[in-house]
Design a protein around this ligand. Structure first.
Ligand code: WQD
Length: 336
């Protein structure tokens, strides 16, 4: 049984990927520093799969701890989620973002080199494209100057990985996520935003749950059919399965280059107002919202061309937007 390390494996996308890895027959070990996740997620993963992953409460910036981990664990591949990911916060605290996201990655890659581990999946983001000049966005769309230090750490991360693949035995795939939403059908794991949610869906579900008074829609003067910004909202379970497909590609040595990257989205764009109306329809709940000014750094529209992932990873989304929104609402109702 192949043993896969998932860093940040107690986070939103990480935990859903751990579940899919276990169900695909992999042994999973998690490293997480619990700064942006909760230890209860470990038990909830076990409730879903009846397999409790090994867990190490480590910070990847602690070189000594990380080296000890790799000296005592034989790993066949790594899926790397552990990073700070709040766009707005990264603008206020750039050095914390560069120190955490870049140092963690470099130390991890050094250990991979020293322990001859060659299969690496990197959690990247569609923010590397900025406002793409053509839609849907393909992998050939140019990478644009990042709008935030967070987005920049993803771009720099990809460059570091690309150079390391050239120099060492490393084979890597970067998955450029669009907007992950929803929760596992068991409703035992889901998104756990700390504090006031930055992202649209958790803000919507917390407003519907009465935790937030009103959703602010950031701008309705965009050049889109209804004036609100368009994104590609992908069910987090579909996103998790894309990681399994990418990992299997490397394990089976089917990759065409040592460093590859794929857009992971549904291929369909939805505006903020369309999301609100879909949520109201799925939950039969009216949502309290108001239109306010644009949010700094937001792009007008971003949705994926999924041709490459479909043909090379043999992967495509299976869940609908309504299923994602319904699972997000069911998950919200379970939160105390
Ligand atoms: C979606 C749309 C907002 C909140 C970010 C990161 C990306 C990834 C996903 C990590 C936008 C609007 C939002 C609100 C609103 N994160 N909105 N009111 O900005 O597309 O992507 O999260 O990998 O890297 O950049 O997602 O959910 O914040 O916003 O109107 O209270 O909803 O303006 O149009 P975004 P989001």
């Amino acid at each position: 049984m192949k043993k896969i390390l998932v860093t940040g494996g107690l986070g939103f996308i990480g935990s859903h990927t751990v579940v899919e890895l276990q169900e695909a027959g992999f042994e999973v070990v998690i490293i997480d520093n619990l700064l942006n996740s909760k230890i209860e997620v470990l038990d909830n993963i076990e409730k879903i799969t009846s397999q409790k992953p090994e867990f190490f409460n480590l910070d990847l910036r602690n070189k000594k701890d990380v080296n000890h981990f790799f000296n005592t664990n034989l790993i066949d591949g790594i899926i790397h989620f552990a990073a700070s990911k709040a766009v707005g916060e990264s603008v206020e605290k750039p050095l914390e973002y560069y120190e955490n996201n870049i140092n963690s990655l470099v130390y991890l890659l050094q250990e991979m080199r020293d322990h001859n581990i060659s299969n690496f999946i990197f959690s990247s983001s569609c923010t590397v494209y900025g406002q793409a000049s053509e839609l849907p966005i393909t992998e050939n769309s140019p990478v644009k100057p990042a709008e935030s230090p967070y987005g920049n750490t993803k771009q720099i991360g990809e460059e570091i990985i690309k150079d390391t693949c050239k120099a060492d035995h490393l084979n890597a795939i970067a998955l450029r996520y669009f907007n992950p939403i929803g929760a596992h059908e068991s409703i035992k794991i889901g998104e756990l935003p700390l504090g006031v949610p930055q992202n649209l869906i958790p803000y919507i579900t917390q407003t519907a749950a009465g935790i937030r008074k009103q959703l602010s829609v950031f701008g309705n003067d965009y050049n889109t059919p209804d004036g609100t910004a368009i994104r590609d909202y992908i069910h987090v379970v579909d996103l998790a399965k894309a990681h399994i497909a990418a990992l299997q590609r490397l394990l089976d040595k089917k990759n065409n280059q040592k460093f590859e990257y794929f857009n992971v989205g549904t291929g369909k764009g939805s505006s903020v107002l369309e999301i609100i109306h879909a949520f109201e329809n799925v939950t039969q709940q009216e949502l309290n919202y108001q239109i306010v000014g644009r949010r700094e750094g937001d792009v007008t529209a971003a949705y994926a061309d999924t041709t490459k992932a479909q043909s090379e990873l043999n992967w495509k989304t299976e869940k609908t937007l309504d299923e994602a929104l319904k699972s997000a609402w069911e998950w919200q109702k379970r939160q105390s």
